[in-house]
Design a protein around this ligand. Structure first.
Ligand code: ADP
Ligand code: MG
Length: 583
């Protein structure tokens, strides 16, 4: 039987970036789990005591090592995975430095217990501070368990810089989760302080993403997108599932967990105005592309990558995310005929309904995942002409009930929709503004008496940047000497014109919004929308409500306001029935 491990030749050794491999217990775990994965394990278990400072161990049911290989594997630059410099550029397996075990053995008490299929007995080898202490045979199953005790015992400076136990334990869980995202078909367990703290059953991508993101499988949004030789599969949470921390973000390039700020940002860009302020989307994103496009050696621990055509790849990523978030097309909306069992008069004012009927489109996963209304809205498909309401039915305008001067109530085929009038209008205005920036702009109405407002230098700077966009919205604005703006026109039909206050507010907010929005246009649109839309507390007449709902349903994104709040909330008939004990 031949030894699988060969010593790397000198040129190759020099080619390999000499990087610090072990920074903390989590880096040890990463190396050990990667080895287990390389050994084709189907289950990997990680045990941790005192954040890995005391001990950590990784067990796998992979192919194991022969005695000869076990002895060799703790020597520097021993690896079974790489034989020529050319292979460096097309690395398929995970580890490739061939020095992880040797490095770990140099700064801890390392114990490897392993057995391969070819051998009847297992091997135990113990190395302490780089010195072999034990080599023995014992009975065990095929597979490997590597345990590391007293990490950094002989490098006190390193040991001193370890973070509190909980922090190190968290890093370990993070590392395992990241690797688990890359390998959904493999089972992972983390046992921390003798308690099972992470248990991931083998499954498909959706199953694994659901576990890692803590979002029900049916609530996950999914898309698969390929463009320019870049393939992206993404599973993510809708705006409602966004969190205050980035901890649930998994980016895998060619099957490896990596960090790449441009790609991460591309995901955020994909969410665009759907992303609530200061929140972070949970996602698992698998990206595949030509390996020559990827430079994995930027970081010694191979975590950070660089891409040859970053911008192009980022665009593909953003597009995949947008597709996953795709909301129902509301272009072909129509009124829904009332179910015969529920007549308008029985419900008083709340009666018939407006409903989006996305012609030809079926319910995408996106809608449901947002936990909003979409999935349960009745739909009319192009082929089912018979189901479409007739013109006569459409002629009689449905009635909408306004409650507490802030919510609109509508009856749905299978429940009730509640619309927040302010955010609904905000969404309409937001999209309207974005459209204005693209087309020729909105008509203005001249003010009889021009208005002047005074700005400080920062505000003035923002105003100058915003001038073009404000003009497109229909504002006539000119600079008029030191820090003074002259306003002589406003958007035609703008009701909530608060005199100069509106311009102040927009400019002031622009300074803040710019931080969180992708573009000045989005920032401007969000701010304009917020300040010119119907407020909570405004009484609306039936026609205004009709108009509002009609326009909302025509919006590209009728369910979430530009700041991420829901616009429409649904109470299903089932839920109502439950409340009344009917089911
Ligand atoms: P590398 O992974 O870069 O080859 P390592 O020092 O991590 O270097 O491991 C050295 C060698 O030991 C590996 O190439 C592999 O042959 C063997 N090995 C390490 N861990 C395992 C394991 N869990 N199962 C089987 N073989 C292993
Ligand atoms: Mg390795």
């Amino acid at each position: 039987m031949t030894a699988k491990i060969s010593l790397l030749d000198e040129t190759l050794i020099r080619k390999i970036a000499a990087g610090e491999v072990i920074e903390r217990p989590a880096s040890v775990v990463k190396e050990l789990v990667e080895n287990a994965l390389d050994a084709k394990a189907s289950r990997v278990q990680v045990e941790v005591l005192a954040g890995g400072r005391q001990s950590l161990a990784v067990s796998d049911d992979g192919e194991g090592m022969s005695r000869e290989d076990a002895v060799l594997c703790v020597e520097r630059h021993s690896t079974s995975k790489l034989h020529s410099p050319a292979e460096l550029f097309s690395i398929q397996t995970l580890g490739f430095r061939g020095e992880a075990l040797a490095s770990i053995g140099a700064v801890s008490r390392l114990c490897i217990e392993t057995r391969s299929a070819e051998e009847s007995a297992g091997t135990r080898i113990v190395v302490e501070g780089g010195v072999q202490r034990e080599l023995s045979s014992f009975a065990r199953d095929i597979g490997t368990r590597v345990s590391v005790r007293n990490l950094f015992f002989n490098t006190p400076a390193r040991r001193k810089f370890l973070k509190p136990v909980e922090t190190e334990a968290r890093h370990i869980t993070q590392v395992v989760s990241q690797l688990a995202a890359a390998h959904p078909q493999i089972g992972f367990e983390v046992v921390n302080q003798e308690r099972l703290s992470l248990s991931l059953q083998p499954g498909d991508h959706r199953h694994r993403a659901s576990q890692l993101l803590d979002i029900g499988g049916e609530d996950l949004l999914w898309s698969l997108w390929e463009e320019n030789g870049v393939a992206v599969e993404v599973l993510l949470g809708g705006p409602g599932a966004c969190r205050k921390s980035r901890s649930r973000q998994y980016l895998l390039v060619r099957g490896r967990p990596v960090y790449s700020r441009p790609l991460q940002q591309a995901v955020y860009r994909g969410y665009g105005g759907l992303l609530p302020a200061e929140s972070h989307p949970p996602f698992v994103l698998w990206l595949d592309l030509d390996p020559r496009q990827v430079d994995v050696n930027v970081h010694p621990a191979k975590k950070e990558i660089r891409l040859a055509d970053e911008q192009m790849v980022a665009q593909v990523v953003a597009r995949a995310v947008r597709r996953a978030l795709d909301m129902p097309e509301t272009a072909g909306f129509s009124y829904n005929p009332l179910p015969t069992s529920l007549r308008p008069q029985e419900l008083g004012e709340a009666a018939a309904v407006f409903l989006p009927g996305p012609a030809g489109s079926s319910a995408g996963e996106g809608q449901m995942a947002l936990g909003l209304l979409a999935s349960s809205l009745p739909r009319y498909t192009a082929g089912e002409a018979g189901e479409r309401p007739s013109r006569d039915e459409l002629a009689g305008p449905p009635r909408i009930l306004q409650v507490h001067d802030k919510y609109l109530l509508l009856q749905l085929e299978d429940g009730v929709a509640v619309i927040d009038q302010h955010v609904a209008h905000e969404r309409i205005r937001y999209e309207e503004a974005l459209d204005r920036f693209q087309d020729e702009g909105a008509p203005s109405q001249q003010l009889l008496l021009p208005l002047t407002i005074h700005l400080n230098p920062i505000e003035l700077e923002a105003a100058r940047q915003a001038e073009g966009l404000l003009a497109r919205l229909g504002f006539g604005i000119r600079e008029f000497g030191s820090g003074t703006l002259l306003i002589d026109a406003i958007p035609a039909g703008l009701k909530n014109w608060q005199e100069g206050a509106l311009i102040y507010k927009i400019i002031d907010e622009l300074i803040q919004e710019k931080e969180i929005r992708d573009t000045l246009q989005e920032a401007m649109a969000a701010s304009y929308a917020c300040h010119t839309s119907i407020r909570a507390g405004e009484r609306l007449v039936q026609e205004e409500m009709q108009e509002l709902v009609t326009r909302l349903l025509k919006a590209r994104e009728p369910f979430v306001c530009p700041h991420g709040r829901p616009i429409i909330v649904k109470l299903s008939l089932r839920e109502l029935d439950k409340l009344f004990g009917r089911v």
